[in-house]
Structure formats: C-alpha cells, structure tokens
Design a protein around this ligand. Structure first.
Ligand code: SF4
Length: 319
C-alpha cells in the first residue's frame, strides 16, 4: 500500500509568552497508508488531538510538513485551502454536543459541506436523507434540532456531516470518548463499516486501547508530543515493546468484565510531565520502571526492531 498521508518532522508548539512554549507535537514522522486505519493512542496530554488538528490545518504548523497524496500542504491554512481540501480530508470531533450548531436543523448541518456544489435544493435534501439512513438515523430527522438527539445519535449526525463530502481521508478525534459505553461499540462498528464501503483511510485517535486495537490496522503510541512505538495493531497491543506502551495497555480496562476481573491490572505511576518543561533524554524516564542512567542523558531515536515490523524509541533496544 502506498502512503496517502506523510508527516515529516511535524511540530506544533503553542507560544505562552515569556519564552515558554507547549511542546504539543515534537517532530513526528509517520506515514498513513492508503486504505488503512492507523490508531493513535496515549494518555491525555500526549498531543494526539494536537497532531490530528495540525494535520488537518486547524492549527498552523510550527515546522515540518504534511504531505497529502504527494502535495505539501500549507503551513497556514486560508479559507480557500479548507474549501479545496474539504472534499478530500474530513474530521469527526470528540464532543457531539458542542460540535453541532444548536440553531441549525440536522439537515442544514449535514448539508453545510455541499454549499457551493452544483446541486439543486432537492438533490441536497435527497443526499442528506440518504446519509441519515446510512448512519442509522431516519430521513425525517433532517428537520429536527441537535438537542432532540442522544449523544450517540449526535455523533452519527457528525459522521454524516463529515462523510457526505465523500472524503478519502478522515481524522476521527476521540469520536467515542464522550459517549456511553453501551453506544461506543455501535459507533465504532458504524465507522468501520463506512470505512470499508467507502474505501476510506483513517486516523483514529482514542485513549481506549482495546477499541483502537479492534478498529486499527496499525497502532502508533504517543508520549509527551513524541512517537514511542509504531507497529501492527495486534502486535503492539498483545506484545508491546516500549515500557510506556506496556503500562498503558496494562492500565487500560478490558471491556469484558470477566477478563477485567481476572487480569493483573496496574496503573501508570506518576503524572505525565508538563509539555512546557520537556525532560532531557527519554521523556518517559521519570516514570519508567526500566530506566537506566543513559535514559536521562540521551534521547532514544525511533528505530526499527530487528526481525520485527516495529519502530520503538527506547534505549533497551538500541544497546
Ligand atoms: Fe525507559 Fe529508558 Fe526506554 Fe525511556 S529509554 S522507556 S527510560 S528504558
């Protein structure tokens, strides 16, 4: 599979003034292959959402590049750039409550992206009705307002709004974390079905690793703005190599209550450090159960493991 999206040393820092900067995304390079789902995981504050938004042009890039289908995307997006890319890249947001305009009907919300397309009003209404059915709602829902729907239904409306544009690439930014556990699997299954039927390429950002493992082909693990592990999703989940991935998976609750009761659960020790004061050497050294003297002095590079289709940034493997 060829790469549809390439990140080349992508960096996003937020300037706080007085020489202080939040290192949200710190020189990340990776490829998202055409037709694959890449899962992106990490604790809150690891920079996952900032990476998704910088990739989409919602944040200006501090440095580095996003190369989309061979084209280098602008550092600073203008309105024309958003318009041009909207039919190719779309984003599904975390919070289905705040991402839908309460004053617009569902039909107006979903058809917003079709504005400017050479379609009659009747054709747009038909497209909205078809998309409402595709996401498991009803064409008659087009005349209602967002507050009349449950959280899961609102996320389905958000999915219809993004996919009516027929994009080839979608960033799903924590699309299930604001939903009841009972509807999370339904929304993930819907996304998976649409991905298959539309041949989408997806970046699926979440902190529920079991859900990411289920939906993703490959999994990338972020810690404090940097990538620490990348590989086949099942391999990373069942045989993590980086100490951070190990503890992240061990601390992730299993959806099956029986498995959850039986497994030896652990919690990650300590707090993720401030992205304003990024530690020298390995960023995980202050919390790592396997820390060595070298870890506090040298930053480990993200390197391929011998005989494995896996990249890991850890001195345990670079000795
Ligand atoms: Fe732990 Fe050292 Fe590996 Fe960092 S480089 S994860 S501190 S062993």
């Amino acid at each position: 599979m060829s790469a549809l999206v390439k990140l080349d040393q992508l960096t996003k820092h937020f300037d706080l003034g007085r020489g202080q900067r939040v290192h949200a995304v710190d020189g990340i390079s990776l490829e998202i292959k055409r037709g694959e789902t890449l899962g992106l995981v990490g604790e809150s504050g690891s920079g996952k959402s900032s990476l998704g938004k910088t990739l989409m042009g919602l944040h200006d890039k501090t440095s580095g590049n996003v190369i989309y289908d061979g084209e280098e995307l602008p550092r600073h997006y203008r309105a024309a750039d958003f318009q041009r890319m909207a039919s190719r890249m779309q984003m599904i947001f975390q919070d289905p409550y705040s991402s839908l305009n309460p004053r617009m009907t569902v039909g107006e919300i979903i058809s917003e992206g079709l504005r400017g397309k050479p379609l009659s009003k009747a054709q747009k209404q038909q497209a909205v009705g078809e998309w409402l059915e595709k996401v498991g709602l009803n064409a008659a829902h087009a005349s209602r307002y967002p507050h009349e729907f449950s959280g899961g239904q609102r996320q389905r409306i958000g999915i219809a709004r993004a996919l009516i544009m027929s994009p080839e690439f979608v960033v799903c930014d924590e699309p299930i974390s604001a939903l009841d556990v009972s509807v999370q699997a339904q929304v993930v299954n819907l996304l998976n079905d649409l991905k298959t039927s539309m041949g989408l390429t997806m970046l699926f950002i979440a902190h529920d690793l079991s859900m990411v493992r289920y939906i993703s082909d490959r999994m990338a693990v972020m810690y404090l703005g940097a990538l620490v592990e990348l590989g086949n999703a099942r391999d990373v989940y069942f045989q993590p190599r980086h100490p951070y991935t190990e503890v992240l998976i061990a601390s992730n609750p299993e959806p099956d209550p029986v498995t959850e009761r039986e497994r030896a659960s652990t919690t990650i020790q300590g707090e993720i450090p401030s992205p304003v004061n990024v530690p020298a050497g390995c960023r995980f050294a202050g919390r790592c159960p396997k820390v060595m003297p070298v870890c506090r002095e040298q930053t480990p590079a993200l390197l391929p493991l011998v005989d494995e289709d896996r990249l890991v940034a850890c001195h345990l493997y670079s000795q």
